[in-house]
Design a protein around this ligand. Structure first.
Ligand code: AHR
Length: 307
């Protein structure tokens, strides 16, 4: 507050009564992607002068529901969240709607018949990401006969796990590529390692690992090396995200192909927040632009990679 202005008791932590307050419920800190996403959101909120109430759900839907209810009670101006799973949101989002608090989905979508429960969804096209992974493998394995793939899935019931599986299946259908085993590694490095260890024990004929994110792929590399095999050569690896550690493994020849999933959503999110709070019209869906990387491309871009 300025010297002559009185501070209202309901003022924001920044001392600016006009500042927008946003409640943000993050999935957790399960991956390098998530860490980069959280940093981007925190920095963008600060730069835009938006007061951020940040809550980490530790990969649990019940924690996200509690956080959203608490944001409603605190009467924030807007709620944004990245839903850990797709279903089960209607009741709590109806509570936000009745309290006249707009909701923005970021990174992950929800599965609901009622589109009025949120203003907009900002995030990647996960089906397209899975499709790109499958298309690369179809091209790469042409003329090789049967190709056996094991799939390390993301969190069960989450949009990226469901959609990346769907897109990949679609791209490989009609080819000689077969998914011989599929299990969740919960998007974590330790989960990817554990599941890959089990796959290696029960299958002697694995040609390719398709991991729904870099972290699980990096865990799989540890398991493959511990089993005395060469990742990237004896067993090919395809992942999604393109975080620094993943790109380093790609440049080192341990991963064969990465589909990018961009975590730097902060600035676009703050822009949508400002528009939604001002009552401006926003598109119902904002898709993030993304690319793919081969080993050669990774070597070129690695020095400038931000996350
Ligand atoms: O929702 C995005 C996914 O969640 C990322 O691909 C993964 O790394 C993260 O945990």
């Amino acid at each position: 507050c300025g010297a002559l202005a009185a501070c209202g008791s309901g003022g924001s932590a920044s001392g600016d009564d006009d500042a927008i307050t946003m409640g943000f419920s993050q999935v957790g800190a399960e991956s390098g992607w998530r860490t980069a996403n959280t940093k981007s959101i925190r920095e963008a909120a600060k730069a835009a002068g938006i007061e951020l109430k940040f809550s980490d759900a530790q990969q649990k839907q019940e924690n996200q529901i509690k956080a959203i209810r608490s944001f409603i009670q605190q009467r924030v101006d807007v709620i944004a969240f990245s839903p850990v799973v797709e279903t089960g949101w209607d009741n709590v989002l109806l509570e936000a709607k009745r309290a006249n608090i707009p909701v923005i989905l970021t990174d992950r979508a929800i599965d609901s018949d009622d589109e009025s429960l949120y203003e907009t969804f900002l995030g990647s096209d996960f089906v397209e990401e899975g499709r790109k992974a499958g298309e690369w493998l179809v091209e790469d394995s042409k003329g090789e006969g049967t190709v056996n793939v094991v799939e390390l899935q993301g969190t069960t019931g989450s949009a990226p796990a469901l959609d990346r599986q769907e897109g990949f299946q679609e791209a490989i259908s009609g080819s000689d590529i077969k998914i011989i085993a599929s299990q969740t590694g919960d998007f974590t490095r330790s989960g990817g390692k554990q599941v890959m260890e089990a796959f290696l024990k029960s299958h002697s004929d694995i040609d390719v690992v398709y991991a729904h994110n870099d972290d699980m792929g990096l865990g799989a590399i540890e398991a493959i090396e511990a089993a005395g095999k060469k990742p990237g050569e004896d067993i090919k690896i395809i992942t999604v995200d393109a975080v620094k550690d993943g790109m380093q493994a790609l440049a080192d020849g341990k991963i064969n192909f990465i589909v990018e999933c961009n975590p730097l959503l902060g600035d676009q999110l703050m822009d949508l927040v400002q528009k939604v709070v001002a009552g401006e019209q926003v598109p119902k869906r904002v898709v993030v632009e993304e690319t793919t990387f081969t080993q050669e491309e990774a070597k070129k871009v690695l020095p400038e990679r931000q996350y």
